[in-house]
Write a protein that binds this ligand. Sequence first.
Ligand code: AMP
Ligand code: MG
Length: 469
Amino acid sequence: MNAPVFDNSYATLPPRMYAQVDAAGSPKPKLIALNRPLARRLGLDPDWLAGEQGLAMLSGNDLPPGAASIAQAYAGHQFGHLSPQLGDGRALMIGEVVAPDGKRFDLQLKGAGRTPFSRQGDGKSWLGPVLREYLDSEFMAAMGVPTTRALAAVATGEQVHRETTLPGGIMTRVAASHIRVGTFEYFGIRGDIEATRALVDHVVARHYRDARSPLELLERVIAAQASLIARWMALGFVHGVMNTDNMAISGETIDYGPAAFMDGYHPDTVFSSIDRHGRYAWAEQPHVAIWNLAQFASCLIPLMGADEEKAVEDATRAVHGFPDLYQAAWMQNFCAKIGLQPSDSAKAFIDRLLDLMAAERADFTRVFAGLASGEARDEFMARDAFDAWYGDWQKAKPDPELMAKTNPVRIPRNHRVEEAIQAAIVDDFAPFHKLDEALHSPFENRPEWDDLAIAPLESERVTRTFCGT
Ligand code: AMP
Ligand code: MG
């Protein structure tokens, strides 16, 4: 049984980039879930994590020697408005580990208590957001989408006060790094070029080794985001709070807060209760990504050479490269969903199908998963229109194998996630564990999982989600 060996690089950066903090600790911690395969992938000992010392770490009660215990500083544009000081308000970085394959990961306790960045918040999380992020992020990983991951979920044994009193939880989040567009903004808006340079060097060494200049770093991040957002779109994923502080430089999906997957398809779909104007609706996500990346670009301009005009020009050109990169990734993803190679005619099939789906909010996941077998027809009321599309599409000879490995039969449906959370509140974790296991095998059909693939009835539909703060 071995404790983790930490190798903390972020904590060697200038001290103004973070704050040293102690975790608040948990009065009566209980391990809800431990992600053993992920532990092994990271080179961590799952048995140690499941034991007394492991629980002490995962609950913030006692960190092992070598742990870092820092809260990272960051800023961010929230719904378009600049907040100069956000930072890890309810998260604590306990350190970095280097996996057997040489990849470096952050371990972070989300919900571990107050930090200098907490403002009015309590630094805690209740179990709901912990379980939601656990399920959503692990499903993303199972689909091969870049994402932060969930190593563990712990019930703290403490009550957290929101609109009501709810059981507290801590999620141990694993990320390639937690550096955000907002991290760069924090130093950018302060004109702190030294810190920005340190951050650029850190990020290049960690994520983009082949980037030889800040401009190349910008181009890499833009490409990573274009590919990421296209993957979200192909799963009907709505992030919900694409503020610049919730966009990771590594290209991983981060901060699931009110995130949700669509049931019935409509491009305007929004779940987050605070997104009143649909700024972060499904179809807006690529546009928001460009906006966020432009903020990132502005932070890098001071490092892009003495000729500022040229730097602005280069940065602008890079940001304007997003639509083409995104479009190519979108084509790749959506053409695979209908079993075709990218082409103009394949695009026309997708557009026509999405229009049919939007007209009656046909179930996004079930339509695509049912195309190969023809069962998708059952998802439509306008059968004639669907049949006409289907007949034309069949003539293009779609590849059923390509579709089978692209379209999941199961997603973390909102009503199921909500059901697992409600059960957890009364100490029943069976629905959570069942969902967790099923979502780790999103392409596999098993009779005991059939209910998880069914779309919600009108009465079961969950259309609102909350940040959980
Ligand atoms: P979010 O948009 O949910 O990722 O959070 C925005 C900011 O609010 C971040 O700086 C968080 O650390 C902070 N925050 C959210 N919830 C809490 C909380 N319960 N206590 C302290 N800070 C919080
Ligand atoms: Mg956040």
